[in-house]
Design a protein around this ligand. Structure first.
Ligand SMILES: Cc1ncc(COP(=O)(O)O)c(C=O)c1O
Length: 377
């Protein structure tokens, strides 16, 4: 049988079945049950905040964050162009106006361009959605300084960076997602831990956090008489999702260690190839090393990124480019994009390779050998 190596798949222990059995036997399979509160408490402890609110998805969390910060029709929100579309779509759900920002070499938002934009557009922007791409971390010191100066709210999309934290500077010890006004996480199946689908929001502002919890349960003010005194959503996490979450959270540090180990192995093995560089994670953080991105120099390598990708896929190795830049996509084309210069380069030259925590050493060998064979041929 042909070997197939997927890009990023869940690593679920069979012990999780005990938690699921409890949900089924007790009938607590929906938006109530002990696993939800346990997961929220455990999660808050892990990232070092007082409390957390679970959601159906990271996208739902981002939408709640915008609502809680009062972002509505006509408000300007700065967003990255190089990211997954779910970081931006909720801005349009709210009738707000995205302004697309370029990335720097961490693939996260370029804080210098952000500074430049704000200098020439003071008073215009109400919020920024910063995405910590692939487990890396944006320049939060600079972004928070600008946010303070210009009175702008900051939403951290930490959906890809659970487990990443700062090790130097004024935010030393802070986890990705806990520095801005609201932080959002995802437990989608490709993330470092998964609940099948799901998300979490955190905030230092307990009022905002409770408001998001309330909105996530259809803004139900009285559960006996069904009084809803705001327009809410059905965004609350299910007990069966949280039943996976409590168990996955116990594995998180092991998963990060595996991610780091596998990254190092790829880095060493692939550094022998001229024209391929595995993108580094920045200094001053403990990165969760969620995704492994190769930067392909086709001139040196003698083969294009897309040709390499095609041949790897034919060999059963799932790999992917980064996302299409959002400001070029149909629903987002008409909006402002500020000096997008770096992102097109990464869009054209990055290739993500298998990074699941359950990869075996022979899988990693197989990927490296196939890459070497293809570029030699
Ligand atoms: C950067 C980013 N933002 C938002 C999301 C949305 O999370 P979810 O799939 O849980 O809705 C994802 C991933 O799925 C993501 O990678």
């Amino acid at each position: 049988m042909k070997k197939e190596i997927p890009l990023s798949v869940p690593n679920l222990s069979i012990d999780i079945v005990d938690n699921l059995r409890e949900c089924i036997e007790t009938g607590w399979v929906s938006t109530g049950g002990r696993f939800i509160t346990e997961f929220e408490r455990k999660f808050a402890r892990y990232v070092g905040v007082e409390s957390a609110v679970s959601t159906q998805s990271g996208t739902a969390g981002l939408h709640l964050a915008l609502r809680a910060l009062g972002i509505g029709p006509g408000d300007y929100v700065i967003v990255p162009t190089l990211t997954f579309v779910a970081a931006v779509a909720p801005v349009l759900y709210q009738g707000a106006i995205p302004v697309f920002m370029d990335c720097d070499d961490t693939l996260c938002m370029d804080a210098s361009k952000l500074e430049e934009y704000l200098k020439y557009n003071p008073g215009k922007v109400k919020a920024i959605i910063v995405v910590h791409i692939f487990g890396n971390m944006a320049n939060m010191e600079k972004i928070m300084e600008l946010a303070l100066k210009y009175d702008i709210k900051v939403i951290e999309d930490a959906t890809e960076s659970l487990g990443t934290y700062v090790t130097e500077g004024c935010y030393k010890g802070s986890h990705a997602g806990t520095i801005g006004d609201i932080g959002v996480y995802s437990f989608n199946a490709n993330k470092i831990i998964t609940t099948g689908g799901g998300g979490m929001v955190v905030s230092k502002d307990q009022g905002k956090l409770e408001y998001m919890r309330y909105l996530s349960i259809t803004a139900k003010a009285d559960s006996l008489y069904f009084v809803h005194d705001d327009v809410g959503y059905n965004y609350r996490m299910l007990n069966i999702q949280a039943a996976l979450g409590v168990s996955q959270l116990d594995e998180l540090e092991n998963f990060v260690n595996t991610k780091i180990k596998n990254y190092e192995m790829y880095r060493q093995r692939l550094s022998e190839i001229n024209g391929i560089t595995i993108l580094p994670f920045k200094n001053g953080i403990r990165a969760n090393h969620w995704f492994y991105s190769l930067l392909i120099n086709d001139q040196v390598l003698g083969i294009t990124r897309d040709e390499l990708m095609k041949q790897l896929i034919e060999e059963g190795i799932q790999c992917r480019p980064v996302w299409k830049l959002i400001h070029t996509l149909k629903p987002y084309k008409g909006y402002n994009a500020y000096r997008i210069e770096q992102a097109p380069f990464y869009e054209s030259n990055v290739l993500n390779i298998p990074c699941s925590t359950n990869l075996k050493i022979e899988d990693l060998d197989f990927v490296c050998e196939k890459i070497k064979d293809i570029v030699k041929a």
